[in-house]
Write a protein that binds this ligand. Structure first.
Ligand code: GLU
Length: 428
C-alpha cells in the first residue's frame, strides 16, 4: 500500500477521480461500441442492492465505538455476487459501489458465473488490537448477514483484510446460520476450506498477464526491469513471481516509503525484512530510498501499481517510462492518465484483467467448498493459468480488432457476456 499521490493537474477535477463516475462512464462507452440495447448500460449504472450498516464495537478500554460499513451487490445477471471486503480509513460508499461494478466486469472478463459485489468498513486496522479487529469483523457479518450467503453474495479479502479476518467472518456466519458454511466466504485459511494457491492468486494472475503481454510486444522478461508500488499481498508476491521469471525488481514501496537498487533488489530478503519490521523502509539491500512519484516515473520496463486508486495521475502519466503498466490494484490509473499513457503507446493491462487471478481462485475455492473435494496446488495453478491466458487472448483480440485500448476491450468482452445473460433472462 502506498500513500495516495495528492497532486492532480488542473484538468482533473475531484469528480473526475470519483471511481463510481469513472466506472459508469466506462460501462456506457463500451456498451455503445458494442451497440448493446440501451437498457444494458441503464441497468448497470447502479448496484442492484446496497446495504449501509453501523457496527458498534466494544473497544479494549471498555468504551463502545461505532464503525460504518457497506456492502454493494451490483448485478445478479450471471449468478451470485462476489467480491472482497476492504478495511480502510478512506472507504466511501461511492468507492465500494464502484469496486462492486469493477468486480462484475472482472468476473465477466474471466467467464466466472458471478456478478460483482464489494464491501468496506471505515476503520484503520493498524490501530486496532486483534480482539477489536475480531469483534469488528464479526459485527460486520452480523450486520450484513441477511444479504450474503454461498448462493447470494460471497465476500473475500481486499485491502487490509486477510485469511484470519475471513476465518472470523465465516465462523460468525456459520454460528448465525447454525451450521458450517465454508462457501459463504473465500480467502479463508487452508484448514477452514481455503484453497491452495489463493493467497498468491492475484499476483500469479498478474504475472501471467504480464508474461503474455510481454510476448505480444516482444519484451524479453529475463533481464527486464520492474518497479512495484505497494508491497502487500499483490505487490510482494508479484515481486517474487516476476523475479522468478528473471525480471529485476529495481524499486518497491509501501505506505511508509520506498527502496531502490539499480541491479535489482533481493526480493526474498526484502519480504523477510518487511515481515520483521513492518515496512520495506530501511532495507539494507537497497542502494537508496525512493518516493512514490519517482518510483512511478522510473526508467524500467514494467510498472506494477499494487496499492490504491488514482495513483497514476495526469501529472505523472507523461513521465511514466515503463512499456507495460500492469494494474494489480483496482483503479490505480485515472482516466486522464489512461488517455495519456495510451497516446504514448504504453500498454496498460487493466485491473479488471490484470488482478482477476484473485477472484478466479476464489471461484475455485467456492467450487471446492460446495463439492467438499479439494484440489492440489498444481491443479489450482493449472486452471488459473488456463483461464488467465484465455481471458488475455480474448481481450487482446478485441484490442487489436476494434483498435481500442486494453481497458475498453476488457469492458467490451465482459459486457457482451453480461448483456447476453440479461437478454436470456428477459431483462432487456
Ligand atoms: N478483492 C479481490 C478483488 O478485488 C478479490 C475478490 C474475490 O476474491 O472475491 O478482485
Amino acid at each position: 500500500m502506498s500513500v495516495p499521490v495528492q497532486q492532480t493537474s488542473a484538468a482533473e477535477r475531484p469528480e473526475e477521480l470519483n471511481p463510481f463516475l469513472i466506472v459508469q462512464n466506462e460501462i456506457r462507452k463500451a456498451a455503445e461500441l458494442l451497440q448493446l440495447p440501451a437498457a444494458v448500460a441503464e441497468i448497470l449504472q447502479e448496484p442492484a442492492r446496497v446495504l449501509c450498516v453501523a457496527i458498534p464495537v466494544r473497544m479494549d478500554d471498555g468504551t463502545i465505538r461505532l464503525f460504518r460499513g457497506y456492502r454493494s451487490q451490483h448485478t445478479f445477471a450471471l449468478g451470485p455476487t462476489k467480491g472482497g471486503i476492504r478495511f480502510h480509513p478512506q472507504v466511501t460508499l461511492d468507492e465500494v459501489k464502484a469496486l462492486s461494478m469493477w468486480m462484475t466486469i472482472k468476473c465477466g472478463v474471466i467467464g466466472l458465473p458471478y456478478g460483482g459485489g464489494k464491501g468496506g468498513v471505515v476503520c484503520n486496522p493498524k490501530e486496532l488490537s486483534a480482539g477489536e479487529l475480531e469483534r469488528l469483523s464479526r459485527g460486520y457479518i452480523q450486520a450484513i448477514y441477511p444479504l450474503i450467503g454461498p448462493d447470494t453474495d460471497i465476500p473475500a479479502p481486499d485491502v487490509y483484510t486477510n485469511p484470519q479476518i475471513m476465518a472470523w467472518m465465516m465462523d460468525e456466519y456459520s454460528r448465525l446460520a447454525g451450521r458450517p458454511v465454508p462457501g459463504v466466504i473465500t480467502g479463508k485459511p487452508i484448514v477452514l476450506g481455503g484453497s491452495l494457491g489463493r493467497n498468491e492468486a492475484t499476483a500469479r494472475g498478474c504475472t501471467i498477464v504480464i508474461r503474455e503481454a510481454a510476448g505480444e510486444i516482444g519484451l524479453r522478461l529475463s533481464g527486464s526491469t520492474a518497479a512495484i508500488q505497494g508491497f502487500g499481498n499483490a505487490g510482494a508476491i508479484a515481486a517474487e513471481l516476476l523475479s522468478g521469471l528473471g525480471v529485476r525488481i529495481v524499486a518497491v514501496n509501501d505506505s511508509r516509503g520506498g527502496v531502490y537498487h539499480p541491479q535489482g533488489l533481493d526480493v526474498a530478503a526484502l519480504v523477510r525484512y518487511k515481515k520483521e519490521t513492518g515496512s520495506v523502509v530501511g532495507f539494507p539491500g537497497a542502494s537508496r530510498s525512493i518516493d512514490t512519484e519517482e518510483l512511478l516515473a522510473l526508467d524500467c520496463d514494467i510498472l506494477v501499481p499494487a496499492a490504491l486508486e488514482n495513483q497514476i495521475t495526469e501529472s505523472i502519466a507523461p513521465r511514466v517510462r515503463a512499456r507495460i503498466v500492469a494494474e494489480a490494484a483496482n483503479g490505480p490509473t485515472t482516466p486522464g492518465a489512461d488517455a495519456i499513457l495510451t497516446a504514448r503507446k504504453v500498454l496498460v493491462l487493466p485491473d479488471i484483467l490484470a488482478n482477476a487471478g484473485g477472484v478466479t481462485v476464489s471461484y475455485f475455492e467456492w467450487v471446492q467448498n460446495l463439492q467438499q473435494y479439494y484440489w492440489t496446488e498444481e491443479e489450482v495453478n493449472r486452471r488459473l493459468e488456463e483461464l488467465m491466458v484465455r481471458a488475455f487472448r480474448n481481450v487482446y483480440r478485441m484490442h487489436v480488432e476494434k483498435g481500442v485500448p486494453m481497458r475498453r476491450a476488457a469492458y467490451m468482452v465482459s459486457l457482451a457476456r453480461v448483456a447476453a445473460a440479461m437478454q436470456s433472462r428477459g431483462w432487456l
